[in-house]
Design a binder for this molecule. Structure first.
Ligand code: NAD
Ligand code: IPM
Ligand code: MN
Length: 354
């Protein structure tokens, strides 16, 4: 069980350290987890001149799983494309063909009060956003900025081929079969041809899963429905860009983006596990970031890459126990709860497991 650990920038190293702390419980119990750290993102650029050094890519390629923190930072935003921190992450996702990004959105009963939505609205919430991760506007060609008759033009291309849509559709239906058997496909088929193809392939694949209910929503309506009736959803399958946006929106159902873990899978069991949030430069280095998204991503890793479901369940129960005891990082604090820092939260989850 070789794990490439890529903490990255900002709060990335702070939250990843807590996930490693928690995984250490299982190492002590004899689980053969092996960790190797690599540089990625802005810190890699600073030290090597590239956000994805060859050694890091090799490490990621050869590992059974990748535990990633976050990358980015305002100081890197004017670098040429290809040298920006985000490009490193996109390259890993794309080169390793980790096309299926699972973003579970669960409202822990202990946290219903932390969401800006009414408790009755989110009580029992358990949905998963399945975001296609290696296509769409993120990777379509042509792209770039060039001059046309002296006028600057910016171009990105929304592109999906039927094979890419078909494989994510199968993942969606197979996932629904392990859950409440409902798939909601989110697109913009009323305006975009790419999305018209998306919808027709979803329909076609859906016919092979007659035991699963398929519905379609346009992205604008879906953004509304997610807040109006979040409990309606089971599996939401959507493209790369819409999935990116919907998941940050969905994070508010749980109380904080610091609660959303993710797993990015290809055809096999190898996966990339990372919190949905970014490097949060506004709170980096202060020991106040919520590490639970990273800790819960580590649980997903044990379950999805290593088949260690019981260990994953234990982590999730430990997280709930700590929240149930009233301990909160600042982002999910409520009146009457005990506010603690990043490392302390890691310590408490560790203690709840041991
Ligand atoms: P962000 O997710 O970093 O932060 C958005 C807001 O959420 C901020 O107010 C931040 O303080 C808060 N937040 C995020 N994670 C938190 C946590 N664990 N606990 C408590 N609060 C948390 O998004 P942004 O500000 O738009 O982007 C900052 C940088 O991160 C940019 O450079 C961006 O490109 C990058 N980014 C990276 C990733 C990634 O590594 N996967 C994802 C998104 C953004
Ligand atoms: C995410 C992030 C990334 C994305 C960025 C940092 C490239 O927002 O993982 O959600 O857009 O996929
Ligand atoms: Mn995002």
């Amino acid at each position: 069980m070789k794990i490439a650990v890529l903490p990255g920038d900002g709060i990335g190293p702070e939250v990843t350290a807590q996930a490693l702390k928690v995984l250490d419980v299982f190492v002590r119990e004899g689980m053969p987890l092996e960790f190797e750290q690599g540089l990625i993102g802005g810190c890699a650029y600073d030290q090597t001149g590239h956000p994805l050094p060859e050694a890091t890519f090799k490490l990621a390629k050869e590992a059974d799983a990748i535990l990633f923190g976050a990358e980015g930072g305002f100081q890197y935003e004017t670098l040429p494309r290809g040298l920006r921190p985000g490009d490193a992450l996109l390259t890993v996702r794309r080169e390793l063909q980790l096309f299926a990004n699972f973003r579970p959105v669960v409202a822990f009963p202990e946290l219903v009060g932390a969401s800006p939505l009414k408790a009755s609205h989110i009580d029992g919430l358990d949905l998963v956003i399945l975001r296609e991760l290696t296509g769409d506007l993120y990777f379509g060609e042509p792209r770039g900025v060039h001059a046309e008759n002296g006028v600057q033009v910016g171009i990105n291309t929304m592109r999906y081929d039927e094979r890419e849509i078909r494989r994510i559709a199968h993942v969606a239906f197979r996932t629904a079969r392990t859950r409440r058997r409902r798939v909601c496909s989110v697109d913009k088929a009323n305006v975009l041809e790419t999305m018209e193809l998306w919808r027709s392939i979803l329909e076609e694949v859906g016919r092979e899963y007659s035991d699963v209910t398929l519905e379609h929503l346009y992205i604008d309506a879906a953004a509304m429905a997610l807040l109006r009736s979040p409990l309606h959803f089971d599996v939401i399958v959507t493209g790369n860009l819409f999935g990116d946006i919907l998941s940050d929106e969905a994070s508010m159902l749980t109380g904080s983006i610091g609660m959303l873990p993710s797993a990015s899978m290809g055809e096999g069991t190898k996966g990339l596990y990372e919190p949905v949030h970014g490097c949060a430069p506004d709170i980096a280095g202060q020991d106040i970031a919520n590490p639970l998204a990273s800790i819960l991503s580590a649980a997903m890793m044990l379950r999805m890459s290593f088949g260690e479901s019981a260990a994953a369940d234990r982590i999730e129960r430990a997280v709930r126990r700590v929240l149930g005891s009233g301990y909160r990082t600042a982002d999910i604090a409520e009146p009457g709860t005990k506010q603690i820092g990043t490392a302390q939260m890691g310590d408490l989850v560790f203690a709840a497991l041991s």
